[in-house]
Design a binder for this molecule. Structure first.
Ligand SMILES: *Cc1c(COP(=O)(O)O)cnc(C)c1O
Length: 418
């Protein structure tokens, strides 16, 4: 058995390569010739299966310690396929603070087709237990429901976006299993390098491979890994019938990205840690959301079965400072949504990634108008810190020019000592 870093580079051996090429070939063929009418070829049509996709699907199953993997044209196509294994009348408990597109897919598509979604703070184990058991039920739109059938699944993300709260896969999965529900984990922010949810009790792992796994802002891709054969059969049905499969060339892009996952993530994490520490003591910053600056990090990692906290962080500027001026003046960070790539990105969740969430809902979960999210890349961290520093200086200059100095100093101390 090879180890993780070797598996990243090599995947499983490719046996049909006659040329000596060190990379698995890209099979750009949608159809495959039968040897005879009676033959049952391994490959017949590319929606049903393609050797390039098969390589990637086997590799992600290996990396996540699952039994079967699936590659989709995007993270949302993957989530759609997984959710399609449920039926009208089924109830799914969903962690608060899930990816906006997922939230919308659940509430504007699946909810209209008879599946009930219930949002719960998955760090509140009592509330989670009540919700999964069916004892206490509140839908996304705040309605109280009465029947007491247990939920069919719990769906959550390990590190929440953009506040970087940690969901404990072990504890949450144990509660799900108490009532026969599946534990479905979106592991996009964490990757199998930092945690393997299936080892901690989850049943299904989903990735937007667009982010860390592919890692270069080149492709949209989604991956799913399952443990159970029957669940795998249903996900395969959805993959083959909806047909949201990942194209061979893009499967190869994701495969190539995966080869350097550990190297990239190591740098992204150490850069994110340094930036979080810099922001923590910056006078224009009110809060920093990154688990690496939350105190006893060794315990936080051990308790949650994590090897690190990834490369995304967020922070709030003190009231009076305009976060748009900070963002508009960044020179190395691109002002862009998405995350997990080699280049650093910055964005304003209230206007960009989370604009669809009603303001009241946003504020309730802590996504304020002053919150900036960073996806930290692999650049020299000194350049990144200098970039943030000069952009914050510009925002401070603008504040002074607006004549609101007194205000800021009042707010500054409130921010520093609150
Ligand atoms: C981006 C993202 C998705 C959606 O993936 P796409 O590839 O954009 O379809 C789902 N979950 C999380 C956590 C994401 O960051």
């Amino acid at each position: 058995m090879t180890r993780f870093n070797t598996q990243l580079v090599h995947g499983l051996p490719v046996n049909d390569n006659n040329t000596g090429a060190v990379n698995p070939p890209i099979y750009n063929s949608s159809t495959y010739a039968f040897e005879s009418v009676n033959a049952m070829p391994r490959w017949d049509y590319a929606r049903s299966g393609n050797p390039t996709r098969d390589f990637l699907e086997k590799q992600i199953a290996q990396l996540e310690h699952g039994t079967r993997g699936f590659a989709f044209a995007s993270g949302l196509a993957a989530i759609h396929a997984v959710l399609s294994i449920f039926k009208p009348g089924d109830r799914i408990v969903v962690g608060k603070n899930i990816y906006g597109g997922t939230y919308s897919l659940f509430n504007e598509y699946f909810a209209e087709r008879g599946i009930t979604f219930e949002a719960v703070d998955t760090a509140d184990y009592k509330a989670l237990d009540d919700a999964v058991s069916g004892r206490c039920r509140t839908t996304f739109d705040g309605r109280q429901l009465e029947d007491t059938t247990p939920a069919k699944a719990v769906y959550f993300e390990v590190l929440t976006n953009p506040l970087l709260q940690i969901n404990n896969v072990n504890r949450i999965s144990a509660i799900a299993h108490r009532y026969g529900a599946l534990s479905i984990v979106d592991n996009t922010f964490v990757t199998p390098y930092l945690q393997r949810p299936l080892d901690l009790g989850a049943d299904v792992v989903i990735h937007s491979a667009t982010k860390y796994l592919a890692g270069h802002s080149e492709v949209n891709a989604g991956l799913v890994v399952v443990l159970d054969e029957e669940v795998g059969r249903k996900v395969y049905f959805a993959q083959n019938r909806f047909g949201g499969v990942l194209a061979p060339v893009e499967c190869n892009d994701v495969r190539r990205g995966i080869q350097t996952l550990a190297l990239r993530m190591d740098r992204q994490q150490s850069n994110a840690q340094s930036i979080a520490e810099y922001l923590l003591v910056h006078p224009l910053i009110k809060t920093v959301n990154y688990p690496g600056v939350r105190g006893d990090t060794a315990r936080l990692l051990a308790d949650n079965g994590l090897k690190g906290f990834g490369g995304v962080l967020s922070f709030e500027v003190v009231p009076g400072v305009d976060p748009a001026i900070v963002l508009d003046n960044l020179k190395i960070f691109h002002l862009a949504v998405s995350l997990g790539a080699v280049e650093s990105l910055a964005e304003l969740p209230c206007r960009m990634t989370h604009f669809e969430l009603p303001r009241e809902e946003r504020l309730k979960v802590g996504i304020t108008d002053e919150l900036i999210r960073l996806s930290v890349g692999i650049e020299d961290v000194t350049d990144l810190i200098e970039d943030l520093g000069q952009a914050l200086d510009k925002a401070y200059d603008a504040l002074l020019a607006s004549g609101a100095e007194e205000d800021i100093f009042g707010n500054l101390s409130a921010g520093l000592f609150a």
